[in-house]
Design a protein around this ligand. Structure first.
Ligand code: COA
Length: 416
């Protein structure tokens, strides 16, 4: 089959990470994604954290593959007229400007809907409409802090901690993508477009749902038995930071393996699965624990967990993280090595399945980027390079009916 979104036209009026990530995936699924950028400047990520002078940064290329680029000053009357034509012709438009920027430009949702009632308009902001923080500009870590992730991440004796995963940015983009796809299916039935609003706070909170579960349990009973603070530590009124504790009913921890003194990632994540306790004991050389009343049940182990993990670390002391996992997998212990980004970069499986792909661009040469994480039985997205700033401006303008002379004038007036 062809790609599922072939024929869908997307106006990508986004920058930084959240909006671009959403539109990039629409492009991977076959949509024609046109990125609209400020003339001479473009998306700020083109020039942020550059590794090669004067070339678009990896920050940009990694979030804007498979797109086309049009430069357009949407604050000029000619620029607005061009944007209006593009809106009339598009199926989807996505933006993630600072609060109020679209309205100031003259493109309110009402105006966009009037121009093209079938258009689906995706909009990302830090906070939802009506939030007391709705006026704030927001980047990744603000969202992690206000969505519940930071207060529940890290160790109990340290400050709130943000995750390395882009829970505020790319995650919000992925949430918006789901909303847009639902709205596209809805349009099949109603013929109508709609606005899909996505706040970064909501996207983070949606991933922190188990922490809300824990807050309610804490409100009811005053303790959380799967947290390291139980039974000897003290609980306050809010869900504490639980270090590396398993988030569900299976206790777990990050454990040191051979070489941890010199390698910051010589660790595994080890989970004690209740139904697999006997085999776990055999695997770690403590078969007696399976029948010893002090260790045989989850409740009995609760107050001994860190002693148990310390004993397992002794067993791990002469095993690399890979050797340990190879032994433990035979006993079905839920576990895995802590992988560094260096290891992930060179992982043959992740390359083979297309989760990490190599792109060859004329100027940059070969570079790695993330590929499509979903694997479909009928198609595999082909990841291409990201467009140069304004690479497709003239093509787009001529497809809108502008003559060569008119296009030259738009260039000289810095409209495009
Ligand atoms: N032509 C003319 N003007 C343009 C333009 C174009 N093609 N594209 C953007 N602009 C203008 C905007 O209209 C805005 O003008 P205004 O302030 O006069 O209204 C201006 O450029 C700056 O817009 P923006 O990029 O949104 O502001 P910023 O760089 O100060 O803030 C963010 C960046 C990310 C903090 C902000 O956009 C934001 O909070 N976005 C919502 C949440 C979000 O997505 N965060 C980032 C997640 S990765």
């Amino acid at each position: 089959m062809g790609l599922p979104l072939e024929g869908i036209k997307v106006l990508d009026f986004t920058g930084v990470q959240a909006g671009p990530a959403c539109c990039q995936m629409l492009a991977w699924f076959g949509a024609d994604v046109l990125k609209v950028e400020r003339p001479g400047v473009g998306d700020v990520t083109r020039s942020q954290l550059r590794d090669i002078p004067d070339l678009d940064a990896l920050y940009f290329t990694m979030l804007n593959s498979n797109k086309r680029s049009l430069t357009l000053n949407t604050k000029t009357s000619e620029g607005k007229a061009i944007l209006e034509k593009l809106i009339c012709d598009a199926d989807v438009m996505v933006e993630n400007f600072a609060p109020g920027a679209m309205d100031r430009m003259g493109f309110t949702w009402e105006r966009i809907h009037e121009l093209n009632p079938r258009l689906i308009f995706g909009s990302i902001k830090g906070f939802g409409e009506g939030s007391p923080y709705a006026d704030l500009k927001v980047y990744e870590n603000v969202a992690q802090c206000t969505g519940g992730a930071a207060s529940t991440t890290g160790f109990w004796d340290g400050p709130p901690t943000v995750s390395g995963a882009a829970l505020g940015d790319s995650n919000t983009g992925m949430h918006l993508l789901i909303g847009i796809l639902a709205a596209l299916i809805g349009r099949e039935k109603t013929g109508k477009g709609q606005k899909v609003s996505m706040s970064m706070q909501d996207a983070v909170l949606n991933l922190c749902r188990v922490k809300l579960r824990d807050q309610e349990r804490l409100d009811h009973v005053g303790y959380l038995e799967e947290y390291p603070q139980y039974p000897n530590g003290k609980f306050d009124e809010a869900v504490p930071r639980g270090g590396n504790a398993g988030g569900g009913g299976q206790p777990g921890w990050v454990l040191k393996c051979k070489g941890w003194q010199n390698d910051p990632n010589a660790y595994i994540y080890f989970t004690i699965q209740e139904q697999n306790w006997k085999r776990t004991c055999e695997a770690i050389g403590k078969p007696q624990w399976a029948s010893d009343p002090a260790y045989a049940t989850a409740r009995a182990r609760q107050s001994r967990l860190f002693g148990i993990f310390a004993e397992i670390e002794k067993w791990l002391a002469d095993k690399t993280k890979y050797e340990a996992v190879d032994i433990l997998r035979k006993s079905e212990v839920p576990c895995g090595p802590v992988l560094s980004m260096k290891e992930i970069e060179n992982d043959p499986y992740l390359r083979a399945c297309g989760s990490i792909v190599e792109v060859d661009e004329e100027k940059r040469g070969k570079y790695l980027t993330v590929g499509c994480p979903m694997k479909f039985s009928d198609f595999k997205p082909h990841i291409t390079g990201a467009p140069l700033l304004g690479e497709h401006t003239d093509d787009v303008l001529s497809s809108l009916g502008y003559s060569k002379d008119q296009i030259a004038k738009l260039h000289s007036n810095k409209v495009v």
